[in-house]
Design a protein around this ligand. Structure first.
Ligand code: C5P
Length: 239
């Protein structure tokens, strides 16, 4: 298995043609593309079909967070779109996550459809310990909060969590190896952290056991994104 099978490219653009252009440009290097708010709000669900039509998989990163009934219905819509993976905030609570999991599993079983991977968002990678304490009034450290939410997501039957690369080992230790960790906040050694607080290089994240690494600006802001992926390959293979 190549590291590229674990790579998810974030299509953080507000234009469907631009997004599809990126999918074409990186077609040989990446199989899973992430559709987040910006693209979904402009392009609508048809962008998912268009990416599927190119033979690629979609991670629908809409980070659902609402009452259980609303989120479980939205999750069903995501499942009907045939996405490979979608997520919800673990801080929405056990019942919210459980109802999503059960309704999606039930739908997929009855319709003989492949069940999407359901992932809980722990703490955003743009949050620091100080922000947690001073802004959100949460007295735990980021690490403790991430560990708690990951265990809650596992209890609800989700397949894994989104967490910063700095928490991968902690999650694997507490939830087991088969519990997936999707890690954003990934920056090649030569790029800037931007607004991400808890970052790591692709090599570090993969070494620590990330099942998927999500990369946006670290690749797409480079002059030649295809070359950037090749440079990352060199960094990983020569480590
Ligand atoms: O450009 P960059 O590589 O920082 O993009 C990271 C992507 O991962 C963004 O689309 C962001 O929304 C997403 N993400 C994140 N932190 C999370 C969950 C998702 O950065 N906890």
């Amino acid at each position: 298995m190549s590291w590229k099978d674990k790579l998810i490219i974030a299509l953080d653009v507000s234009d469907a043609d631009k997004a599809l252009g990126i999918v074409d440009m990186l077609s040989d290097s990446c199989d899973i593309f992430k559709v987040g708010f910006e693209l979904f709000v402009t392009a609508g669900p048809s962008i998912v079909d268009k990416i599927h039509a190119k033979g690629k998989r979609v991670f629908l990163d809409l980070k659902f967070h609402d009452i259980p009934n609303t989120v479980s219905k939205a999750s069903l819509v995501a499942a009907k779109l045939g996405v490979y993976m979608f997520n919800m905030h673990a801080s929405g609570g056990l019942d919210m996550m459980k109802r999503c999991r059960d309704s999606v599993a039930d739908y997929c079983e009855k319709n003989n459809a492949k069940r999407p991977k359901m992932i809980g968002v722990t703490m955003l990678t743009s949050l620091s310990n100080e922000m947690l304490k001073n802004e959100l009034c949460i007295q735990h450290t980021v690490k403790n909060q991430v560990k708690h939410l990951a265990m809650l997501a596992q209890k609800a039957g989700l397949d894994g969590v989104v967490a910063s690369p700095q928490e991968i080992e902690l999650i694997k230790k507490n939830c087991g190896n088969s519990f997936l960790v999707v890690a954003p906040g990934i920056r090649p050694s030569w790029s800037l952290p931007d607004d991400q607080m808890r970052t790591a290089t692709p090599r570090e994240a993969l070494h620590d056991g990330a099942d998927y690494i999500v990369m946006g600006r670290g690749i797409l802001k480079q002059e030649d994104p295809v070359k950037a992926i090749e440079l990352i390959s060199v960094e990983i293979l020569t480590a």
